[in-house]
Design a protein around this ligand. Structure first.
Ligand code: NHW
Ligand code: NZE
Length: 392
């Protein structure tokens, strides 16, 4: 947008707002890699009171510090009623995929008190953009303590993680955010499906519809006690090769998608209690794996409610339908989430999700999620249905 100045982002190799519509710019890397010898060897300078710390997420103590920083200072909804409450086991999962670098788990401490006041992370990912598979960093969990906001700490943290990623000879990144920055490659809408409407209304997440009573609302969102698809079952380690084939084929139709191998599938999609759940449909006759669905567990703290402290939310992750209609597959996912006592099931309108959202009684959320690439230009912004990537 014309009036907004982005003093930091205008210095970065990202699509700039003033370039929008300039179709003469080539698609692909914006800047060429620099020789490793020319990458800045020492960390960027922090304001005097602070110091960098490379975080060992496997240390219970450090993991506690990161968990608490995020639990108290990470993303809130627009009305500041909820704040993401990523669990410790979720953070250890999210930050340690195959090939991860400890040096990309970056904290900022107060020198005197050693208190952790900021964090940013990267993990390696092979991301395909059209026909190019690019080694990227997925950047996430950028967080500055509420008391240290608007001091321009974020740009320093972004430059430092960029420097450390460059040292591993990686020159592109991908990230998502609820804020508009130069320049989204796609803008997605998130949707919510009530599973526990009474609690959602009690905490102010949802409002009772006009001319709706509570009992009518509970009835509206009621789900069957058990799943309906024959052969629907939890994924197991033995399914990794079949699920890898299924998901690689399915994701090949999208413009931007992860290039998952079996190690990635084992890490990201094998069920992990309280972190990620995945189910598949195995044909009773042929034993072929024909469909797959998954969701991750990300509770939100409820800020300032007497009766409840936590909203138990499931987030749609990767879903593949080749035989079972996606509508039926996702309804089974809702049924399982309800069985497991989730309050709400969230989904973005990426991949083929918009084909089931309205019919399965999802309601639109109050904000957008913007997708970004760093040092990689896409000629035109993508429709959400061209995205095959879900970041945590
Ligand atoms: C080749 C490898 C490359 C790797 C790196 C790739 C890039 C990765 C990029 C990171 C991706 C992270 C993805 C991710 O983690 C998922 S998005 C969630 C981000 N975290 C939160 O929203 C938590 C609550 N908020 C905060 O902690 C602070 O408000 C943060 C830390 C967000 C900003 O702290 P602050 O005290 O409020 O602000 P200043 O320090 O004074 O700095 C202001 C500058 O920061 C720009 N800003 C604000 N929010 C941003 C955001 N979410 N991404 C990128 N930039 C963001 C802003 O536009 C301005 O720059 P401008 O003046 O140019 O406009
Ligand atoms: C993706 N990952 C980077 C975390 C992240 N950062 N910024 C965000 C802004 C929206 C969503 C989001 C994505 C999908 C969804 F169904 C609902 C969402 O937010 C609801 C509003 N909200 C925010 C906090 N508590 C509730 C995630 C994120």
């Amino acid at each position: 947008s014309l009036e907004k100045r982005h003093k930091f982002w205008e210095t970065q190799p990202v699509g700039q707002f003033k370039e929008i519509g300039n179709t003469s710019l080539p698609e692909g890397p914006i800047e060429a890699p620099t020789p490793l010898s020319e990458v800045k060897q020492e960390p960027y300078n922090l304001p005097n009171l602070y110091e960098w710390v490379t975080c060992d997420i496997n240390s219970e103590e450090v993991c506690d510090e990161i968990y608490n920083l995020l639990a108290n200072n990470y993303v809130e909804d627009d009305e500041n009623m909820f704040r993401f409450n990523y669990s410790k086991e979720f953070l250890r999962w999210a930050l340690q995929p195959p090939g991860y670098f400890k040096s990309w788990h970056i904290g900022v401490r107060v020198k005197s008190s050693k208190k952790m006041v900021a964090f940013i992370s990267g993990i390696p990912a092979r991301i395909r953009v059209r026909d190019e598979v690019v080694n990227m960093a997925e950047i996430n969990f950028l967080c500055v303590h509420k008391k240290l906001r608007t001091k321009r700490l974020a740009p320093v943290m972004i430059k430092e993680v960029t420097r450390r990623v460059h040292l591993e000879n990686i020159w592109q990144a991908t990230y998502t955010a609820g804020v508009v920055l130069p320049t989204p490659i796609a803008t997605c809408q998130y949707w919510h499906r009530s599973l526990n409407p009474k609690k959602l209304i009690d905490v102010g997440f949802s409002r009772l519809g006009a001319r709706m009573t509570m009992s009518r609302t509970i009835k509206l969102y009621k789900l069957p006690e058990s799943t309906v698809t024959q052969g629907f079952r939890k994924m197991k380690i033995l399914d990794v090769p079949a699920v890898t084939r299924l998901i690689r084929n399915y994701l090949s139709q999208f413009v931007v998608a992860p290039d998952f191998d079996e190690h990635d599938v084992e890490h990201w999609l094998l069920p992990k209690e309280n972190v990620v759940d995945s189910y598949l449909v195995e044909s009773p006759e042929t034993h072929e794996v024909t469909d797959f669905c998954s969701f991750y567990t990300l509770p939100s703290s409820i800020l300032g409610n007497q009766n409840y402290s936590t909203l138990k939310a499931a987030y749609s992750f990767y879903n593949v339908s080749t035989k079972t209609p996606l509508l039926q597959l996702m309804n089974d996912a809702l049924i399982v989430a309800k069985q497991r006592d989730y309050d709400v099931f969230n989904a973005l309108d990426v991949m083929h999700n918009e084909t089931f959202l309205k019919e399965l009684k999802f309601g639109p959320g109050d904000g957008k999620l913007h997708y970004y690439l760093y040092n990689y230009r896409i000629r035109h912004a993508l429709n959400p249905s061209e995205l095959g990537l879900v970041l945590l």
